[in-house]
Write a protein that binds this ligand. Sequence first.
Ligand code: NAD
Length: 440
Amino acid sequence: MNPTTPEQPADVVARLRATFRTGRTKPVAWRTEQLRGLRAMLTEKGSELAEALHADLGKSATEARRTEIDFTVREIDHTLDHLADWLRPEPAPVPAHLGSDATAWTQYDPLGVVLVIAPWNYPAQLLLAPLVGALAAGNAVVVKPSELAPATSAALARLLPGCLDTDAFAVVEGGIPETTALLAERFDHIFYTGNGAVGRIVLRAAAEHLTPVTLELGGKSPAFVDSDADVQVVADRLARGKFLNAGQTCVAPDYVLTDPETAAALEPALARAVEGLFGTEPKESGEYGRIVNERHFDRLSGLLGSGRVAVGGDTDRAAKYIAPTVLADVDPSSPVMGEEIFGPILPIVTVPGLDDAIGFINDRDKPLALYVFSESEGTRDRIAAETSSGGLGHGLPLAHLTVSDLPFGGVGESGMGNYHGRYSLETFSHRKAVLRKPLG
Ligand code: NAD
């Protein structure tokens, strides 16, 4: 257990529950004070977090700001702007048999003590964005950063207690033993981001206490490229979405699905796109990240043989570097198509046409995101109507998750539940039904 949290998980939860029961976290003033404290910390000490993100993942300062720190600040600002509005009780029509003096409404109640378990790939954003929602909803919160991003975990454990009410908030650092110990406790909600194998462990543990769970998982997010699309525009946007954070993004386009002619045109276009982003030597570019650890480096290196290397392909284990890579002529049964890639390798799989593409997607697990590059409204509509995915992006990967008014989450194997903006309030609250009939 980390020295900043010497208490055992049971004691942490008991202490936070005692605070919650005093009612201290419920007033809107307490909630906004926490959010403002968090915001101030991010603006004043964001550089400490950015340094930690660089140490863990080789993230450039610009990328750390854009995808983790500023992202969270925007989420806070959006919540502060709208919280009072969102919390307003919503009237419901009352049926005639209850009389004209009866009224009914719904109101949001905080749940109690909630647990947020974060992964390593956006180790700040994916801990802080759920935290914003949990605090806005008036809960006491335990957060568990990922041990695979140790510098960020240490920075969060150092910085967060200084800006939040520590009677209602705690950081528990650690790996499997610490998380297992936490999961034995009774929480009022568990919010887990990570892989589906651990998602199942979380869900089983939660079942013991009938604790509701949000699972933000991953999977293979396809990018369908239609023959009518401008291949250079598509390649530029695909490369930007895929190679951000060295491909270690849950909503990164996992693979390209297109017809053989478009595939051939995409190869040189993707090469130009990669050069435009990172120059001729991505290894020397300060804007290109590194693989999180040797285990993932070895796993990803093993996938490079799944097709013809059309772009990139270089690796350096000591530097945990894998070049932005495009694999062509990829067989759907090859290893790279058997698991979520979660790294800078973009396979191109060819299908004869739209029907086959839709069939290909529907034959597999429901993805977290699906991207469509097509000028045809008919094609876009068909894919929207005939497939299921957590989110659907037309023409631009990743961007849907930056829209605070859209729910972010998966479906089926890619997860359950969602968050961001008012959807976070829904996730971390109970919507209570109230009926009032005057006694007179
Ligand atoms: P990870 O290894 O950091 O694990 C996530 C969390 O689970 C960590 O806090 C870790 O301590 C905990 N954990 C690991 N093993 C455990 C166990 N046996 N018991 C209890 N807790 C355990 O991260 P990861 O799972 O490698 O993250 C990558 C995956 O997460 C990918 O599949 C990716 O697509 C998915 N992901 C999803 C989203 C999303 O928003 N939907 C975002 C990022 C990542």
